[in-house]
Each structure stands twice: as C-alpha cells, then as structure tokens.
Design a protein around this ligand. Sequence first.
Ligand code: ADP
Ligand code: MG
Length: 247
Amino acid sequence: MKKKQLLQKERERIMDENGIIYLENVSKSYSTGAPALNGVTLSIGRGEFVFVVGDSGSGKSTLIKLLLRELTATSGSVYVMGSDLAKLKHRQIPKFRRNLGVVFQDFRLLNDRNVFENVAFAQRIVETPTSEIRRNVPRILATVGLAGKYKAKTKQLSGGEQQRVALARALVNEPSILLADEPTGNLDPKNSWEIMGLLEEINQAGTTVIVVTHNREIVNAMQKRVITMKKGVIVSDEEEGGYIDED
Ligand code: ADP
Ligand code: MG
C-alpha cells in the first residue's frame, strides 16, 4: 500500500477506537496566568451530541479553539478525525477545517452582504462551482427556516435569524463536526430553544455536535451528554446529564 493510504487507514483506526475527537492529557497555557486547560482527556464518538458547561474562564472556548486548530496544545495530543493536530502543517489547515462548522455567540456575519452572500461565501472559499452554490444555499436556508430571507441584509434580521444564517453558513459545506460556542448567549428563550432544536436535527442527520452553553434550562431538558469544566479540568462527564449547580 502507498504511504498515503496507510496514513488514511491509521487515521480511520484512531477515529474508530478513540472517537472522532480525542484529547489525551491536554494542557494549554497562555503566556499569563494559570493553565486554561490542565490535563484534559476526552473522547467524543462519531455522531454524538455533547454539551460543554462550566463557569466563565473554565476553559471551554480554549477547548473549542484547540479543536479548530486556532491554538495548539502546550502539552498532550489533540486528534480530530484521526489527525494529530500538532502534526498538521500550516498548508494543511484549510483542508482540515473543512471538516468543521463553527458558530459563535456574536454571529460574526458579513454585515455589508445579504443572507445569500453570507452563506455562499463559505462555499466560494472551498471553490464550489456557482451552479452548486445556487442549489445548496437555498436548500440550507430552508433547513434553518429562512427560505424567504435570502435577499435581506443581515442588519435587518433579528438575533435569532442572524444565528440561523450563521448556522447555515457553518453547515453548507457539510462538515462532519459542528462546534457551537455559546450559540444562544445573545438570544431570548424562544430563539434559544429554536436554535437548539436545529442543532438537535443536524445531529440526528449524522453530524457530531458540540455545544458550549450556560443555558441550564435547555441542558437539563435535552438529556444529552454533559461535560462540566472547572478551572481547566473536566469535573464531570455524564450521559443524559444535567447542569451541575455551583456552591
Ligand atoms: P471559557 O470559555 O470557559 O470562559 P476560556 O477558555 O475563554 O474560558 O478561558 C480560560 C482561561 O484562559 C481564563 O482564565 C482566561 O482568562 C484565559 N485566557 C483565554 N484566552 C486567553 C488569551 N488569549 N490570553 C491569555 N489568557 C487567556
Ligand atoms: Mg468562552
């Protein structure tokens, strides 16, 4: 077998045995202060839905940034889709990121463009042919309940609608993993529930979904796996878990 095929086989073996996401004794220190992550070992299987909860400053966003390869671990190993992220070369990062969709609390849309263009942009980056973009964007906008809004400027949309656009943009390239860092942090309860409902549908269609949130009502109601972080450490990891109360 060629070296490339062997590497691919090795990746698949790691993914099947250890999960689509696997962290082994990972620590991350910034130049100042205590480590943001301190000896985290974690495995997430293909197709799981996982909440990550914990106080502000407990390391949740640092975890997400390590998975996106925006940051690299100070020590330990991070595997995503069977690849050791420390071994990824810079030129390999764009291709690696195509496996990941990401949404943030503050939407991060291009506010000088309309809804269609915000979603199409993600496809243009990966050089999708225009004819496919014209097919894919309306379909994904319909999935998130925005079929009629493709010409709207993002500034004319409500927060809930803006987050749906961000979700459509994250999904249009069909990533294997969706990462959401406090996606309902700026939304009212009704829109928060609707976004979480969409995340659940996306997961049921096969995407691995990881959601950082402070929304204890939703976490308690949805009965998913819940990973609780505190000061850079995983303090609990429960199937069908709930939000652990402080004090
Ligand atoms: P969370 O998302 O759970 O609120 P973060 O991962 O953002 O936590 O932060 C974890 C810790 O790392 C905090 O103490 C935070 O102040 C620190 N931190 C995060 N980003 C940086 C940075 N760029 N430089 C220095 N310290 C940081
Ligand atoms: Mg955060």
